[in-house]
Design a protein around this ligand. Sequence first.
Ligand code: AMP
Ligand code: ZN
Length: 513
Amino acid sequence: MTLKFHNTLTGRVDEFVSQTTNKVLIYSCGPTVYDSLHIGNWASYIYWDTLVRILMANNYEITRVINITDVGHLTSDADDGEDKLEKGAKREGKTSWEIAKIYTNDFIIGMEKFGMIKPQYIAKATDYIPDQINLIRKLKDKGYTYQINDGIYFDTSKFPTYADFAHIDINAQRAGARIEFNPEKRNSSDFALWKFTPTDTKRDMEWVTPGDLVDYGLSIIDYSKLQSHSSIEPNPHNPKSIIHNLPTMGFPGWHLECSAIAMNILGNTLDIHTGGIDHIPVHHTNEIAQSEAATGVRFSNYWLHNNFLKVDGTKISKSLGNGYTISDLHEKNFSPLDFRMFILQGHYKSEGNFTFDALTSAKNRLHNWRNIAAFRHQTHDTIQNDEEKNQTNKIIPSYATPQAIIEAIDNDLGTPEALKIIDDTFSDILSTQLKNVNQQSLMQIIETIDNLLGLQLIESTPDISDDNKRVIIERNTARDQKDWAKADELRNQLLGSGIILRDSDSQSVWEYK
Ligand code: AMP
Ligand code: ZN
């Protein structure tokens, strides 16, 4: 079975072939750090954690970058509106720098709580300002940029394949965008590479706009179309041009950071780029345009996009208060791993629907899996001879090998299928006498689950204490001797230590409460 993914670039499920054998370069668009991440954001990072894990299982050496958007992301993806970081700063009475620090930490700690594999690089946009400026310089030298009153923009009409990635109907977009279309922009799809700090404003996050990037009074714009823009004055020598106030300070546009960071760390062509489907028509389309315009080579060979998670069938939104965070889940007694199990039950290309009932089912499923993982403490490899060995091997059927689980995930991150294979295997184990379960095979399956799905079964299922083991032996003796009163008393004693005994005719198995 080969490793394959749905590639937005081709619109197909493609076999994965990296540029360098056994090495893979991954860039994942990271969070905008102005608030705690909500479960929709976390869903996205759980899917990409599975991607990393399946690549590792296929023996790839991974170099992965996640960026931190700590500057430049405005509330509208069309380069308008309030700066998200400044919004967060106002909300909490802090500076944008403080807000960025708080929520960057929140993201890093969150990734640990979800048991995600750490990327090799976590790169903040504010640490890569010179790279972003250099990229603008390259684009300017190649004639892709122009300057208007509020910044330096990328002229998307100069990049002929601009609409291809997202199959955008540019004409329809132009017609639809007329109302909010900044009239100074040459095309509605043009996007800011650098925004000037308005002259009467001081931003928390701003940098000197390099003089060579700015054209003073050179932008030729039809002034007659700009009457409503009071800040724009006509050049008395040429009424069709404008004189700009000296734009000394500024900040990068949101899309720029991803291209600059990715190319600085990973090189001009990535193997895999990830993000949510919301990024296809604007953010990733713009990343491709500015990167490929600058380098002349393909920016990423594979583009993976996760579908969105809804809550109770509704879009996640601040106003509805349904953007639950890790703390919200914790307050309701759900762990990050319960949520991870919930997300793994769905496929990353399908829209997800979160409900607390569904999360409860996922939590129960994880609890059951943990109890089966704990069987490894109760079974022993007592294989005596070949005949017994053959018999024992039958107990975990052949489809439940680690390879079967890997193959399900190889197939475009098919975690729902992998979970089904595991459930089938576990129900076989449950209907088998413990003494007949092959401890080694069981251990292999649990390790595979932990490696590929990150559910931390081994870590979360410690053996019970020797004292409790003695109580179980004593209780089984009492049961054999039909001393029911004593057997019940000892059973309750174990319950007090968080251990449940499940009795059948032939055996008694302990489980966690
Ligand atoms: P942001 O901080 O808004 O840039 O989002 C961080 C990541 O979460 C991006 O890759 C988004 O595409 C993704 N994302 C945002 N909302 C959702 C959602 N409801 N479901 C899945 N992914 C989401
Ligand atoms: Zn990005």
